[in-house]
Write a protein that binds this ligand. Structure first.
Ligand code: ARG
Length: 460
C-alpha cells in the first residue's frame, strides 16, 4: 500500500518500519524552525506567483493557508501528525489540508534540501544578531568593572605563582580583548551566511524560471548562492559558528575559572553576588560560585558540538546526504548554551564585588617587585643577567629569613652581594607605573586601553 501521507510516498509500496521512522524523524529537533520555514515558504510562493509558475489565486491560497498554519503553530493549536517526519513536512501537510491543491503546488521548483539549509541560515543569522547584542552587554559589564577597578592592584600570575602586580582593570580588559576577537569571528560567520540557498533545488538547480534574487531579497540575504551543489551540501557556515561558540566558550571558561579561584576563601579577591551563587543542601555556611563553575565546564560541551559537526561533514560526498540532518542538533545545542552562558556571565561580572584591600594585600610582603629591583640595577649599569642572579640570591636570602623583598636588611643584602645598593621603592604602585609601554599596566596606558575598548563597543 502506498504511503501517500508522506511527501515522498509515491515511489514506495509500503510505509517505513517504525524503527526506521523513529531514526529518520527530525521533527523533535527541527520543529523550532517553524517560523523560518514559513518565512521561506512565503517568499517562495510569492516568487512562484510573480513568475507565473503558479497562478495568482493559488499563490493567494498558499499565503492565506500559511498564515493559518503560522497562527496554529504560534498558539500551540497545531497538531502534528504521525507522518510529519520534519517541520517542512508538517507545514506542507497542514497547508494542504487547508488549501487543497494550491498547497500541493507550493513545493514546485523546491526541494527540502534547499529548504532546510535556507531555514537553518535564517535561524542562524537571527541568532547571531541577537547574540552579538548579548556579547556587547558582557563587554559592557567588564568595562564597567575595569573602570571601577582602575586603581585596584592584584598579583598577576604565571604558572599560578605570583609574578608581578597588575591593575585589576588590565586583567579584566584582557577578557575584553578576547571577546573582541570573538566578535570578529561571529561577524565573519554572519557574512558567510549571507547568500540564499533557496532555488538550488535538490542539488542541480530547478527547471522553472524562478527569480532567486527576489526570494533572496525578501529573506534578507544579499543575493542567491552561486553553486547549487555546495549550497545544499555544505554546512561550513554552521561549523564556523560552532568554532566561534567553542572559542567564546573557552574564553568564558577561563573567566569562570578565575572567578571560582578569586572567590575562594584562600584568595578572596571577589565576592560573587548571592544572585549568581548557590548554597549547599548540607553545609549551611556554603556559598558556591556555580555560575562561574558552569561557565568553566560548558566549553567542553561547545567543543563537543563543534567536533560533532566537523565529524559529520568530513568525508561526506556532495551533495545532500541524510547525515546533514544531524547538523541542527549540534547547532541548536551550541546556540542554546551560548544563550544561557552569556547573560549569566554578564550578570555575574556586573554584580561582583571586588575587594581592593584583599587584592592589594596579596601584592605586598612577597617578591612581586623582584624584576623592578633587577631593572633598577640595570639602570645603574649592571648587565641584566648579573642583576637577575643577584636579585635571585637576595630572594633566596629573604626567604630564608622569612621576610619579603622590600624588608631585606643588611644581612640579606650582604648574602646577595648587594650591600652597596640603596633599594629603590619596591611597592606595587611603583611597579605597575613603571610598565609605561603600549599594552602595559601604567595607569595612563590602562586608561587609554579602556577608552579604546569603550569606543569600540559602539561598533557592537
Ligand atoms: N529533515 C531533513 C534535514 O534536516 C530535511 C531534508 C530532507 N531531505 C531529503 N532529501 N530527505 O536535513
Amino acid at each position: 500500500m502506498s504511503d501517500s501521507a508522506r511527501l515522498w510516498g509515491g515511489r514506495f509500496d509500503a510505509g517505513p518500519a517504525e524503527a526506521f521512522d523513529r531514526l529518520n524523524a527530525s521533527l523533535a529537533v527541527d520543529r523550532r524552525l517553524w517560523r523560518h520555514d514559513i518565512q521561506g515558504s512565503r517568499a517562495h510562493a510569492r516568487m512562484l506567483a510573480s513568475q507565473g509558475i503558479i497562478s495568482a489565486e493559488d499563490g493567494a491560497a498558499i499565503l492565506g493557508g500559511l498564515d493559518q498554519v503560522a497562527a496554529e503553530l504560534e498558539s500551540g493549536e497545531f497538531s502534528f501528525a504521525p507522518g510529519d517526519e520534519d517541520i517542512h513536512t508538517a507545514v506542507e501537510r497542514r497547508l494542504t489540508e487547508i488549501a487543497g491543491d494550491a498547497g500541493r503546488r507550493l513545493h514546485t521548483a523546491r526541494s527540502r534540501n534547499d529548504q532546510v539549509i535556507t531555514d537553518t541560515l535564517l535561524y542562524l543569522r537571527e541568532k547571531i544578531d541577537d547574540q552579538r547584542v548579548q556579547l556587547g552587554a558582557l563587554v559592557g559589564a567588564l568595562l564597567d568593572q575595569a573602570e571601577r577597578n582602575l586603581d585596584t592592584l592584584i598579583p598577576g600570575y604565571t604558572h599560578l605563582q605570583r609574578a608581578q602586580p597588575v591593575r585589576l582593570a588590565h586583567h579584566l580588559l584582557a577578557y575584553v580583548r578576547m571577546l573582541e576577537r570573538d566578535r570578529v569571528r561571529i561577524d565573519a560567520v554572519r557574512r558567510a551566511s549571507d547568500q540564499s540557498p533557496l532555488g538550488s533545488g535538490a542539488l542541480a538547480g530547478v527547471g522553472f524560471p524562478i527569480d532567486r534574487e527576489m526570494t533572496a531579497a525578501e529573506l534578507g540575504f544579499t543575493g542567491p548562492s552561486v553553486n547549487s551543489m555546495e549550497a545544499v551540501g555544505g554546512r561550513d557556515q554552521l561549523a564556523a559558528y560552532l568554532h566561534f561558540a567553542t572559542q567564546l566558550g573557552v574564553h568564558l571558561s577561563r573567566l569562570g575559572a578565575e572567578f571560582v579561584w578569586w572567590a575562594s576563601e584562600e584568595v578572596g579577591f571577589v565576592e560573587v553576588d548571592d544572585a549568581f551563587a548557590s548554597g549547599s543542601s548540607m553545609l549551611p555556611q556554603k556559598k558556591n560560585p556555580d555560575a562561574a563553575e558552569l561557565a568553566r565546564a560548558k566549553a567542553a560541551r561547545l567543543a563537543a558540538d563543534y567536533a560533532g559537526l566537523v565529524g559529520v561533514m568530513s568525508g561526506l560526498p556532495l551533495a545532500y546526504n541524510k547525515d546533514l540532518q544531524e547538523d541542527k542538533t549540534f547547532l541548536f545545542d551550541a546556540a542554546d548554551t551560548v544563550d544561557l552562558l552569556v547573560p549569566a556571565m554578564t550578570g555575574m561580572v556586573a554584580t561582583a564585588q571586588f575587594q581592593p584591600e584583599v587584592c592589594r594585600a596579596a601584592c605586598e610582603g612577597g617578591f612581586l617587585a623582584a624584576i623592578d629591583l633587577a631593572d633598577h640595577l640595570v639602570r645603574e649599569g649592571w648587565p641584566f643577567r648579573k642583576a637577575h642572579e643577584a636579585v635571585g640570591a637576595l630572594v633566596r636570602a629573604c626567604e630564608a629569613a622569612g621576610v619579603g623583598l622590600a624588608e631585606a636588611g643588611p644581612t640579606e643584602l650582604e648574602a646577595a652581594d648587594l650591600v652597596e645598593i640603596t633599594l629603590p621603592s619596591l611597592d606595587a604602585e611603583a611597579s605597575v607605573e613603571a610598565k609605561d609601554v603600549v599594552g602595559g599596566t601604567a595607569r595612563v596606558r590602562v586608561q587609554s586601553e579602556l577608552a579604546a575598548a569603550r569606543a569600540q563597543l559602539n561598533e557592537w
